[in-house]
Design a binder for this molecule. Structure first.
Ligand code: SF4
Length: 267
């Protein structure tokens, strides 16, 4: 019931986008959210095509603009569950300004960032999350730029729930997306996933199973990491809930402000 019927599959064989989209649906199901009160907003890119498959109120917006559209939806109807589907280029390049300001406001949106480290739909260009020295169509000798650590970026900008998982660690991915949706504030879930067509071929990372084995072998649960030495953690990345804090949620503050001023005007 959560997917639109009879749509052709448009993702490449081995792409991780279907796994991440499936995890979002499982998280919604786990929480028992009302389908008519759940809105999926996406930007542009391979991952953002997920909104087309999903049988909710969906908005497939403009490149980098999913967060301002989602902010408008949430402000106009705060009771709605608003989930943003975006990619690494969509959210941290053209949409980077919207990303940090939505986190700063602590507006109750759940952002699932499909991070395949590359622009897939437009042909293999490097993004702000592409590792340094990776080959891309816009960096044939390797990119010199350093990537953002996107959970750290979100945390520094003011996000109150930050988590990461991978397409390989599907159960954890479902769990952290569900926690992010249930959280009352801005939540970011980075979903590390694979693009075997561009990132895989350009950087000789192998096929989809090989790329998923890499996820398995390089991800360390944040709890297990507490017992590991810096040497053991070298070259690894953390998964699990990476940050959680309390701060006033934006739409509630906004309502309070409007009501207080209306009452003042009525006196
Ligand atoms: Fe997936 Fe990459 Fe194909 Fe896009 S280009 S659908 S990210 S495998």
């Amino acid at each position: 019931k959560y997917f639109r019927p009879r749509l052709p599959h448009i993702w490449c064989p081995g792409c991780g986008n279907g796994i991440v989209t499936g995890a979002i649906v499982k998280a919604i199901d786990k929480l028992g959210l009302n389908q008519d009160e759940t809105v999926i907003v996406s930007g542009i890119g391979c991952s953002s095509r997920a909104s087309g498959y999903l049988n909710f109120d969906t908005v497939h917006s403009a490149h980098g603009r999913a967060l301002p559209v989602a902010t408008g939806v949430k402000l106009s109807e705060p009771r709605l569950n608003v989930i943003v589907v975006t990619g690494d280029g969509d959210s941290t390049a053209i949409g980077g300004n919207h990303f940090i300001h939505a986190a700063r406001r602590n507006i109750n949106l759940t952002v699932v960032l499909y991070n395949n480290n590359i622009y897939g739909m437009t042909g293999g260009q490097y993004s702000p999350l592409t590792p340094s020295h990776s080959i891309a169509t816009t960096a044939p000798y390797g990119t010199l730029e350093r990537p953002f650590d996107v959970p750290e970026l979100a945390k520094a900008a003011g996000a109150t729930f930050v988590a990461r998982s991978t397409a390989f660690h599907t159960q954890l991915l479902v769990d952290v997306i569900a926690q992010g949706i249930a959280h009352d504030g801005f939540s970011l879930i980075e979903a590390v996933t694979q693009c075997p067509i561009y990132n895989g071929r350009q950087n000789k990372l192998g096929d989809a199973p090989t790329m998923m084995k890499w996820q398995r072998d390089h991800a360390v649960n944040v709890e297990a990491a507490k017992k590991m030495t810096p040497e053991q953690l070298a070259g690894k990345f953390l998964i699990g809930v990476l940050h959680k804090s309390e701060a006033p949620e934006y739409t509630k503050q906004y309502d309070d402000l409007v009501i207080a001023n209306a009452q003042k005007g009525a006196k």
